[in-house]
Design a protein around this ligand. Structure first.
Ligand code: COA
Length: 375
């Protein structure tokens, strides 16, 4: 029996599992790029909708193309009545990511991909509807309100904040969430994207791929880390308490969520961008304290473990300043990453072979079957 060690060890680390033209993650000389554009430039200068176009079409849109995409996304904000009734059945105590998983799946039942002439239309439909799916369920479950999921907002970030708060956001809040959506839109073969590609490789419909991807993103080692980071920083009311508390966690060998990365070795380029937004947004004492606590934890993690904050860590204080409830942090990640997931499904479909790796067998040697009566 062969017990050859899998290449790269556990977690398929370091193994090339396919090809993509969508992004580079930690590749020498590239950093994080979407279709060749540096994430820093995109987060600073491009809107989320420009990034959606870039991921789907491989080029940046011109003004007309962008306007048309935004118009189409706006037209998809209205949710089918049956979807709203379905969302109303999901209990309030359901973790929001599980409600989103159901919402995406139910949307696919009511508005199936087979009803569209292009896969891109199916993806755009969901992108337009997702803020409404999340906010409709959340406001109904937690406040008993049936909100109108249409708004006059121009783009996805503004639309989400308008639905959540029933009032349009400030320009700074809109820009902060827009930048966050750009940062979260795509990240090569991470767990949820790889999940989407595996499902796509079986020739399943787009909504099956995305429902599976939501399930993968839900876990605290992946997308759920931004919510865990919030739970961590709000435990401490001072920098001193944070240093003592996190030092204790490290002594107990507990994981500190929002730190470390499977691919990046020195830093996560998204972290500096969202940290700057967290700083700009920290205009009240509560947000300011959370930012200071976050920075103290980051300094300690560097000192003690040489670990750096990943994209999720400063998202916690930034989202808190935007008035976003912690349970919706990862659902917002879904809105953004649905763009990357969809683009990966298109790429997989364009050059498909079913993804079916092999396992290193570590079980019993062949043996004789013993009938039930003789056991
Ligand atoms: N807190 C404490 N220790 C950590 C850590 C963290 N956040 N991340 C990694 N480590 C430790 C590991 O336990 C390991 O220690 P060991 O060698 O003593 O066992 C060492 O650092 C090296 O880990 P590494 O191999 O780099 O991590 P990985 O590739 O197995 O896992 C993550 C990567 C992202 C899953 C991991 O860093 C993690 O769990 N981070 C917290 C969750 C998180 O923020 N996820 C979002 C990712 S964007």
């Amino acid at each position: 029996m062969s017990h050859a060690k899998p290449l790269g060890g556990a977690g398929l680390r370091g193994q090339v599992a396919g090809r993509t033209a969508l992004s580079t993650v930690g590749r020498e000389g590239h950093g994080l790029t979407y279709r060749g554009y540096a994430i820093e430039a995109l987060a600073e200068q491009a809107s989320f909708e420009e990034v959606v176009w870039l991921l789907f079409e491989a080029e940046l849109p011109n003004v007309e193309q962008l306007d048309e995409l935004k118009l189409r996304l706006r037209l998809h904000r209205r949710l089918p009545e049956a979807l709203k009734r379905g969302l109303e059945q999901i209990p309030a105590q359901t973790p929001p990511m599980e409600a989103v998983r159901t919402g995406v799946s139910l949307y696919g039942n009511l508005v199936p991909e087979s009803g569209f002439s292009t896969q891109r239309e199916a993806a755009e439909r969901l992108l337009g509807a997702l803020p409404g799916i999340i906010c409709y369920w959340y406001r109904y479950a937690h406040r008993g309100e049936r909100i109108d999921t249409e708004s006059a907002a121009d783009g996805v970030a503004e639309h989400f904040l308008t639905l959540l708060h029933s009032t349009p956001p400030s320009e700074m809040h809109r820009r902060a969430l827009d930048a966050s959506l750009v940062l979260y839109a795509e990240h090569e073969f991470n767990a949820s994207t790889f999940t989407a590609r595996v499902v796509a490789s079986t020739l399943a419909d787009l909504y099956s791929c995305l429902t599976a991807a939501v399930g993968a993103l839900r876990g605290p080692l992946h997308g759920g880390a931004n919510e865990e980071a919030m739970a961590l920083i709000e435990r401490f009311d001072s920098v001193e308490a944070a240093r003592i508390g996190v030092a204790g966690m490290l002594e107990r060998r507990e994981k500190v969520m929002g730190f470390g990365h499977a691919i990046y070795r020195d830093s996560d380029p998204r972290s500096a961008v969202i940290e700057r937004w967290a700083e700009r947004l920290a205009t009240d004492p509560d947000s300011h304290r959370l930012l200071e606590v976050s920075r103290a934890i980051a300094a300690l993690m560097d000192e003690r473990k040489g670990l750096f904050p990943n994209a999720d860590f400063y998202h916690a204080s930034a989202y808190h300043s935007l008035g976003i409830p912690t349970g919706l942090f990862t659902p917002i990640f879904v809105i953004a990453r649905a763009a990357g997931w969809s683009a990966h499904v298109f790429e997989q479909r364009a050059d498909n072979r079913i993804i079916r790796p092999s396992a290193d067998y570590v079980g019993s040697e062949p043996r004789e079957f013993v009938p039930l009566a003789q056991r």
